[in-house]
Design a protein around this ligand. Sequence first.
Ligand SMILES: C[S@@+](CC[C@H](N)C(=O)[O-])C[C@H]1O[C@@H](n2cnc3c(N)ncnc32)[C@H](O)[C@@H]1O
Length: 285
Amino acid sequence: MEADPKSPKFWEAYAQTVQKEPISTKCLRPETWDSIAQYYDDLEACPDYMHQVQTVVDTLKNQVLTNKSTVIDVACGTGNYAIRLAPFCKKVVALDISPGMLQELKKKMERTGIENIEIVNQDWNRFETEERFDLVFGSMTPILGSTEGIKRFLQLSRRYVAIVFWAGIRENLLLQELYKEIIGGTLKKKGLDIILPFNYIYSLGYAPELHFFRGCWEKRRKTGEQVKNLVWRLELYRKLTEPEKQIVKERIESKADSQGMVSVTTRVRTCFMLIDKKADHFTCE
Ligand SMILES: C[S@@+](CC[C@H](N)C(=O)[O-])C[C@H]1O[C@@H](n2cnc3c(N)ncnc32)[C@H](O)[C@@H]1O
C-alpha cells in the first residue's frame, strides 16, 4: 500500500479495502433499497435530521445556486434533497439505481407540482453523459466508498461538489445489541465515512469546507415496520434464519407502547462537505 496519505494512491488503496466489506456490495444493489423505499421518508419526522437537510439546502441556495444552475443529485433516493433544491435552480437530474426509491420521488413531484426534476434510473458507475453540472450533489450513498465514484463527482462538475456523509458516529444501541447476539462480535462500518471522500478529494488538491451535524435520529414506527427495518439492517451483513428473525421480533415487541409503536434512536454525527473547484485559482501580485 502507498505510504503517503497526501497521495491519491494511498486513498485508492484504502478504498479497495472498504469495498471488500460485504455491506458495501449489498448497499450498491437496487433491490436492497427497493425493499425499504416506502418507509424511507419516515426520517423526515425527525427534527435533528430535518435540521441537517434544511441547513444543507439553505447553504446551497445562498452560496451556490442561481436560477440558471444545473444540478445532479447522485443516488438521490426518494429525492429528499432534489425536491428541496429544485425551486432554486434551472433543473435537477435525480439519478438512482433503485426504481422503488425513484417511484417515491415521482409521487412527491406529483404532490408538489415540481416539474424541473429529470429522473434517471441508472447505476452511477455506468452513467454516461457529455453534460457538465454546476453542482454535483450526493448524500449518504455507498458510492462514496469508491474513489472511482468520487472522482466522477469532480469530473461531471463545472464548479461545485457537495457531499453529505456519515462522520464517525452512528450508534444504534438496539441494533448493536441484536448484531452482537445474532451475528456475533461488534458492529463495525469501517469505510462508509467522510474520511474517504474528504481525504481523497484533499489529496487531489482541493480544500473542502466542512460542517458537522450532531444529533439523535428517532424513528417511531409500528412494531411490524420496526422489525422489518431491523431485519433489513442486520441482513446487510448476512441472511437471517427464521429463528433469528423471531429474536428480533420478540425484542421489538417487548419495547412496544400501548399503541403498538416502538421508537428506535440512532446517535449520529454527519458531515456536509462543499468543494469549489475554482477556490484555489488565485494569484499573488
Ligand atoms: C441511504 S440512500 C440515500 C438517499 C438520499 N441521497 C438521501 O440522502 O436520503 C442510498 C441511495 O444510494 C443509491 N445507490 C446505491 N448504489 C448506487 C449506484 N451505484 N448508482 C446510483 N445509486 C445508487 C440507493 O439506491 C439509495 O437510494
